[in-house]
Ligand binder design. Structure first.
Ligand SMILES: [Zn+2]
Length: 323
């Protein structure tokens, strides 16, 4: 089984490591956390010990498999033990997969994360599938690496969806009802579609190499059986509108925005605004009396080919000048 390479963050990993399969090239060995009561991670436990551990899990159990390398089979065995018999959906309590490696497809379809989903610095070598997953607290994927396709949602997240620093190597679909989506310093190496409700979105210093669409979804998401996705978890949010907080430092050449509120958006350092594509109704702030930002003329040109905001019933376009 291939092991995650010990990255620079290894020293900061505080959990007791399994250390199996050490070699001159990888002297630290497997970074998986010990299964409670053992000195190996779930991947390297003997079959009887692994079966006994899995047998002790019930739907909603807390899970801590930081650093652990998963095959598709091992992840399937884990999630099977967490399935609610009434719905067939896996229920995870406090789910910690920080720095784990998923060597096969990671199938978390319809999973319910009851108390935080932690996948920071995890590596997904196959497809990452979180269709219809529910996040009752934060969904944390900071600095995760997705080598292949990613499909999340339609999902509701009661906390923040935190993707900052993540690297996406394949096509991405994110469908989320959530109050906050953080995508600072993300890298997107294929096409991506981000459809949202209720969210304030931060894409500061993100890098897109292919078209990336950020769109507001006017109606509640539907799942395959025609049922609406329940939005109780975000019911206290002001409204389903989607606001862009920042495009700082972004090359907008591949960016498509649809029905997004740009009233508070920071554009400092954004380039190729003339190639930014706007669809539907995107609202802007009013023009300040004095604009000091050098590239404002570029920004103004960006809208010369669009229906003027006033013709759409909105105010004149404006660029935030603060940093
Ligand atoms: Zn291990």
């Amino acid at each position: 089984m291939s092991q995650p390479s010990p990255g620079p963050s290894l020293a900061s990993r505080s959990w007791p490591r399994c250390g199996e399969d050490a070699s001159p090239e990888n002297p630290i060995g497997c970074p998986g956390i010990h299964v409670p009561g053992h000195t190996r991670c779930l991947a390297y436990l003997g079959d009887p010990e692994r079966d006994a551990y899995l047998a002790g899990l019930t739907p909603g159990s807390d899970i801590d498999h930081r650093g652990t390398p998963f095959t598709g089979t091992l992840l399937g065995a884990l999630l099977t033990r967490l399935r609610d018999p009434a719905t067939g959906h896996p229920h995870l309590g406090d789910a910690r997969f920080t720095s784990a490696t998923f060597n096969g497809d990671a199938g978390f379809e319809s999973a319910v994360f009851e108390n935080g989903a932690r996948f920071e610095s995890a590596t997904f070598k196959g497809d990452a599938r979180f269709e219809s997953a529910t996040f009752e607290s934060d969904a944390r994927f900071e600095s995760a690496t997705f080598d292949r396709a990613v499909s999340v949602g339609p999902s509701v997240c009661a906390g923040r969806v935190r993707l900052s620093g993540a690297v996406f190597g394949g096509p991405v679909t994110l469908l989320f009802a959530t109050r906050r989506l953080e995508c600072r310093r993300t890298r997107w190496s294929s096409t991506a579609e981000v459809r949202l409700r209720y969210a304030t979105v931060d894409f500061a210093h993100a890098v897109f190499e292919y078209p990336l669409t950020i769109a507001a979804e006017p109606d509640p998401f539907m799942v395959a059986n025609g049922r609406q996705v329940a939005e109780d978890l975000v019911a206290s949010a002001p409204g389903p509108e989607v606001r862009l907080a920042s495009l700082r430092g972004v090359d907008a050449a591949h960016l498509v925005l649809s029905d997004v509120d740009l009233l508070e958006c920071l554009f400092v350092g954004t380039v190729h605004l003339d190639q930014l594509r706007l669809e539907g109704v995107c609202t802007f702030d009013t023009v300040p009396p004095i604009v000091h930002w050098r590239s404002c003329s570029t920004f103004t040109r960006a809208f010369s080919s669009q229906p003027s905001p006033s013709s759409r019933g909105g105010p004149e376009p404006h660029l935030g000048t603060s940093g």
